[in-house]
Design a protein around this ligand. Structure first.
Ligand code: HEM
Length: 575
């Protein structure tokens, strides 16, 4: 039986659906434009669908998430704008846990989410074992309400396996992406200040350009007679790992990374990281016995995580040594050096160091905390960026007219630059490049959705969802819906260009690949810079083609390119 059939079979016996009604964003926009034209809004009145700030109406109902194994809801309310009614599935807890037992592979999770939406509508309440409630949302208007009410310390939720490990073996230190509250804010601002410092991003940019040139040499050396490179997945993973190593350590993991030698540190690091991700994935699809016993899965995960820790710790020793050598022998600490105006002062040498060394110098976080943060940053970046670069390449091959427009823009802009030098200012002159990447993120998303645990009660579609509830926002749904985009199944970068005739104004929360707010992706700027640079470098030298028919995106917790992905790079320099 197909997964969907199997689920509907189970659900038929257990689930009661109250109502399903869907209203399109465009319908509502049209209606609101009409109201504005007719002067129906008072000046103080805001768009009723876009914000949580409006007063709650007496018609708003409460979504009761009871502990008795049943989620109840009142009849669907009719909201203030009179256009939209809500849909809520009422699920019995036992039925839902059974649903999850029917998932055999993580690739089925997106299918389950799609199935829930089709079956129950735009808001679906789900009760999981362990008295946890999750509410699924599919509309950007609702994502906006969640993000705008997330409070000063947004909680995304953590992988329980990671959490158990950190409690047991890492003194409760959670790193950046899994920590919460004031501690999260403290670590985030320490890292963010360094990463976003303008001088640092400039110095990093130069390093990333050199890295991109090394990638081109690597591609040249791996091409067969027809120009086809077969192990592109491996190459891009290696490239993104060296990119984040450059950011964290201001040097390569392996100076000779383009040799792609199996004994290299980078290749070993990637292998451990992949195995560790696999354990996390497995842990999500089984009962969390590891919370109570040292199961084989937990032992394996702990062993892998400790290997990653050791790796970063070794790197840290090297960095400390470098930093000590660089320090002036006449001054014992950073402050003395700086106050004396010493030319070796840490402040001056600061930017020569990578993120790890800068964090050590600043002395706000201890070594164990820094190790966990760096490990976290590497894990958050390598595969996400690898996927985006692969999807960019694929999009170039599938839309040759876009590839040509990009080459034209690159030709026009870079030929006017002094010495053909690319700087960050170059990107500002390339609207098509930015639009192309945005459209790629819409059309070939890397992240299917995002989570928040509610910091206070919020009202969505007339239902009050209580504080503490987990909310899953399915970002991929509006991104590919005709309700939010003209011909959503067409790849059209021009829809994002302000001066273009094809420009579309849609809800700002439709494409949310980097999340939103104070907890949004820390590496967004870095990821976009690397992607722009990658496209400019590749297209300045090659025309790209996809030599086979199928490109099947593997959809798990993230979206991955196929492992056997190959592309054809035809020499075609821009002159
Ligand atoms: C295409 C590439 C990437 C995508 C699609 C992506 C996406 C995301 C998303 C959706 C989140 C959650 C945001 C939220 O909850 O609102 C996130 C968090 C994060 N990302 Fe990225 N990311 C990418 C690349 C990177 C890179 C290159 C780095 C390296 C610096 C990075 C570091 C992080 C970190 C540390 C967090 C956790 C932030 C926190 O909890 O405070 N990401 N990313």
């Amino acid at each position: 039986m197909e997964l969907a059939e199997e689920m509907s079979f189970i659900l038929k016996w257990n689930v009661e659906v109250k109502a399903v009604h869907q209203c399109t964003y465009k319908e509502r926009e049209r209606e609101e434009r009409k109201k504005r034209r007719l002067g129906l809004y008072k000046t103080s009145e805001t768009n009723p669908s876009s914000s949580q700030s409006k007063k709650t109406s007496h018609r708003e109902k409460h979504l009761h998430l009871t502990t008795k194994g049943k989620i109840q809801s009142d009849k669907p309310p009719f909201m203030k704008d009179g256009l939209q009614s809500a849909s809520v599935a009422t699920l019995r807890s036992s039925s839902f846990s059974w649903l999850y037992f029917h998932i055999k592979s993580p690739t089925q999770i997106p299918k389950l989410n799609e199935f829930l939406h089709k079956s129950f509508g735009d808001i679906v309440a789900e009760k999981l074992p362990g008295n946890k409630n999750i509410v699924h949302l599919y509309r950007p208007e609702d994502f906006e309400v969640v993000y705008r009410n997330e409070g000063p310390y947004p909680i995304r939720g953590v992988f329980p396996l990671l959490c158990t490990y950190n409690n047991k073996y890492n003194d409760g230190i959670y790193g950046l992406s899994s920590s919460e509250g004031k501690y999260w804010k403290h670590t985030r601002s320490a890292v963010q200040k360094k990463l976003f410092r303008l001088e640092y991003t400039h110095s990093l940019f130069k390093e990333h350009q050199i890295l991109a040139d090394e990638l081109l040499q690597l591609l040249d050396s791996r091409k067969d007679d027809e120009g086809v490179v077969t192990d592109l997945n491996k190459i891009l993973e290696r490239y993104t790992l060296e990119g984040i190593a450059t950011t964290c350590f201001k040097e390569r993991l392996d100076e000779d990374w383009t040799d792609m030698n199996e004994n290299q540190m980078g290749i070993q690091y990637l292998q451990i990281l992949k195995k560790s991700n696999l354990q996390i994935m497995k842990s999500l699809l089984s009962f969390p016995l590891y919370m109570y016993f040292e199961t084989p899965l937990f032992k394996e995960f702990s062993n892998l995580t400790q290997q990653l820790d050791r790796f970063i710790e070794n790197k840290m020793l090297v960095e400390v040594e470098k930093f000590t050598k660089r320090r002036c022998p006449h001054h014992t600490n950073t402050k003395m050096e700086e106050e004396s105006g010493c030319p070796h002062a840490a402040g001056k040498a600061f930017l020569e160091n990578g993120l790890l060394c800068q964090l050590l110098q600043e002395n706000k976080l201890n070594k164990q905390e820094i190790t966990t943060i760096i490990k976290d940053i590497i894990a958050s970046s390598v595969f996400t960026l690898r996927s985006l670069l692969s999807f960019v390449l694929y999009a170039l091959t599938q839309h040759p007219e876009a590839q040509e427009s990009l080459r034209e823009e690159i030709r026009r802009v870079t030929l006017n630059e002094h010495n053909n030098d690319i700087t960050q200012a170059t990107f500002a002159k390339m609207p098509y490049l930015k639009a192309f990447v945005k459209e790629t993120l819409r059309y070939y998303p890397v992240i299917p959705g995002n989570f928040r645990q509610l910091y206070k009660d919020i009202n969505i579609r007339g239902y009050t969802i209580p504080k503490g509830t987990y909310v899953k926002m399915h970002h991929i749904w509006p991104a590919m819906s005709d309700e939010y985009f003209e011909n959503a199944t067409e790849f059209k970068p021009n829809r994002w260009i302000r001066d273009s005739e094809e420009r579309e104004i849609t809800h700002p929360f439709t494409v949310m690949q980097f999340g939103f707010g104070p907890r949004s992706c820390l590496g967004k700027r870095l990821a976009l810079t690397e992607t722009y640079l990658f496209i400019i470098k590749i297209l300045s030298k090659y025309s790209v083609q996809y030599p086979t028919d199928s490109f099947e995106i593997v959809s798990e917790l993230q979206h991955h390119p196929p492992t056997d992905m190959k592309f054809k790079f035809i020499d075609c320099p821009i002159d």
